[in-house]
Ligand binder design. Structure first.
Ligand code: ATP
Ligand code: MG
Length: 568
């Protein structure tokens, strides 16, 4: 491709809302343009890389025996109403009506539709096991679309669904997808970690996420170097760590704590440590109120709470009026003693002695509280968020933590959707049985951004060869030199003939501008034809190299070809 003809609108400045490197660089390099919050168009260079990601995903799905099909993004409501997700998705689902007032949505994920397709089209148990997939545009009206392609409202997902006769079959289908995912993310050049993930309160017997570690990731990963365990924060089991505390039970005291609503304010005013307090937080879960207690230095894990309560909606902090009504006090003074709603205490709270809680009275707390004597929680369970330094639930070593970008998710669904929609089969002896399902997602557009997030420096993108928009670039340093232009054209033609996707920078620009752009768009290898071409010498530079090397012009094509071959 000739850069004089290429639509590559590079930018010097990017909007302030582009907070992270991948978002900034994808805008600056002219790969994508924003149309609305979380909605982007893909310009030629961006689209080329995107197609390569899709193709790698497709090849590995096909290799694993999955079959590709394609469904509409515009979906009738019925299947989602049958599964209950028409409501569960809440405001995240884009809903619309046709001219006859029929309900539709823009598909956020297609479990229901694939289940229905199998119901409608599979005739015999002999057709199972079967895994179907598509690479397709999804719509979710995310509360906080941000970070460019990482969290879009329109994005491309590869979604696959497996259909098996029994649990053992599901295990095999799941393992095939696991292996395919490892190959995909390796081929995409991503440095990834596989973590245990939450599989929710309803259905699902196992789930893992593929994470790209990155400080900008929105998921917490807890991992253990000693035994290799890794889990999403949401899932990671917490081992309670008792703190040293005075022997025996001291007398319960009610103390004045004027204007101390938060743990920090209490720590300051009472001169104690945060772990001497137990927070009591009132949540609303499916229209019921519950109190949740964690130690003062801990946070509530709302996913664990949701699973524990078995509620349909995500639990939410109760509104201030409700808190005032339940506690008969200003917000900030809730406590378990004499509270009229169920109390769920974290396992660690159950180990505490002589601690401080709110007194359900404005500006008052109780001191020297002891479970058993002063109150009894209705339920004790693991409800807190894991932190660095916690004990590994597998081996007891110290847990470390990092942020990650979820690029893929594999999930043993079990019979959730086959039950809801009625996907059954008649076995050999004519008995009616339920089909067992798995689902497997990859954020295709998110992968593209994750690759840039992981591969860049201060000069621009460093694409893995496998998904670079072009593999090589030839730069004649001086546009006005006929000799340089002719030799650059010759090398360009030879690279193209060798099947290498090549750009030639034939623009009438200064050499410095061309070098900057080649770095910005991240082409993996560059050949510069400059003054020394008179002696048959060109410059060779891989994007990752500090400095260019001189080499014989006649060897350049072979060298580039070898580099591409060994890096793809
Ligand atoms: P998240 O927790 O990041 O919101 P999710 O768990 O809801 O994602 P899944 O339903 O598991 O997402 O979707 C499968 C994959 O699709 C995810 O692993 C992720 O890579 C990608 N994905 C999900 N939401 C988005 C989004 N808003 N923008 C881009 N990619 C997304
Ligand atoms: Mg997920």
């Amino acid at each position: 491709m000739r850069m004089s003809k290429l639509l590559m609108p590079t930018l010097r400045e990017v909007p302030a809302e582009a907070e992270i490197a991948s978002h900034q660089l994808m805008l600056r390099a002219g790969l994508i343009r924003k149309l609305a919050a979380g909605v982007y168009s893909y310009l030629p260079l961006g689209l080329r890389s995107l197609k390569k990601v899709e193709q790698i995903v497709r090849e590995e799905m096909d290799r694993a025996g999955a079959q590709e099909l394609l469904m509409s993004a515009l979906l009738p409501a019925e299947a989602y109403q049958a599964s209950g997700r028409w409501e569960v998705f809440g405001p995240s689902m884009f809903k619309l009506k046709d001219r006859n007032d029929r309900d539709f949505c823009l598909g956020p994920t297609h479990e229901e539709l694939f289940t229905q397709t199998v119901i409608d089209n599979v005739r015999s148990y002999k057709e199972y096991p079967m895994t179907l997939y598509q690479i397709q545009t999804k719509y979710r009206d995310e509360g906080r679309p941000r970070f460019g392609l990482i969290r879009g409202r329109e994005f491309i997902m590869k979604d696959a669904y497996s259909f098996d006769l029994d649990e053992k079959g599901l295990d095999e289908s799941y393992k095939k997808m696991y292996d395919a995912y490892c190959r995909i993310f390796t081929r995409l050049g991503l440095d990834f970690t596989i973590v245990d993930a939450d599989s929710g309160a309803m259905g699902g017997s196992g789930s893992q996420e593929f994470m790209v570690k990155s400080p900008v990731g929105e998921d917490g990963i807890a991992y253990c170097d000693a035994c290799g365990y890794a889990a999403n924060y949401e899932k990671c089991e917490c081992i309670p760590e008792p703190k040293e505390q005075p022997e025996g039970e001291l007398d319960l005291e009610k103390i004045e704590t004027p204007n101390a609503h938060t743990i920090d304010e209490l720590v300051d005013s009472l001169g104690m440590e945060a772990y001497n307090f137990a927070k009591t937080i009132i949540y609303k879960a499916d229209d019921k109120y519950v109190a949740v207690m964690v130690r003062g230095d801990r946070d509530v894990n709302e996913v664990k709470l949701k699973n524990l309560l078995g509620c349909t909606d995500d639990p939410e902090l109760a509104e201030p009026e409700a808190v005032r009504e339940i506690t008969h006090a200003k917000v900030g003074f809730a406590g378990p003693i004499g509270l009229g709603i169920p109390v769920y205490a974290d396992k660690e709270v159950a180990l505490m002695k002589n601690f401080v809680v709110g007194a359900n009275e404005t500006d008052m707390h109780y001191k020297n509280v002891n479970i058993g004597r002063d109150f009894e929680p209705d339920t004790v369970a693991d409800i807190r968020v894991v932190v660095t330094g916690d004990k590994c639930p597998k081996c007891g070593a110290s847990i470390k933590s990092e942020q990650g970008i979820e690029v893929g998710h594999i999930f043993k669904l079990g019979t959730k959707y086959s039950d809801a929609l009625g996907l059954t089969y008649l076995d050999e002896s004519g008995r009616n049985k339920t089909v067992i399902m798995g689902c497997y997602g990859i954020g295709v557009t998110r992968c593209l951004a994750a690759a840039v997030e992981q591969g860049h420096d201060e000069n621009g993108i460093i694409w893995p060869v496998s998904i670079a928009p072009y593999q090589a670039i030839v730069v004649p340093a001086n546009y006005k030199s006929e000799e340089q232009m002719a030799e650059a054209e010759r090398i360009y033609a030879a690279l193209c003939d060798a099947g290498i996707e090549t750009l030639i920078d034939d623009r009438n620009e200064r050499a410095g501008v061309k070098f900057k752009d080649a770095d910005l768009i991240g082409i993996p290898v560059r050949i510069v034809v400059g003054k020394k071409i008179g002696d048959g010498i060109v410059e060779y530079k891989e994007r990752k190299m500090e400095k260019a090397e001189e080499m014989a012009a006649e060897d350049a094509v072979a060298r580039v070809a070898e580099f591409i071959r060994s890096n793809i």
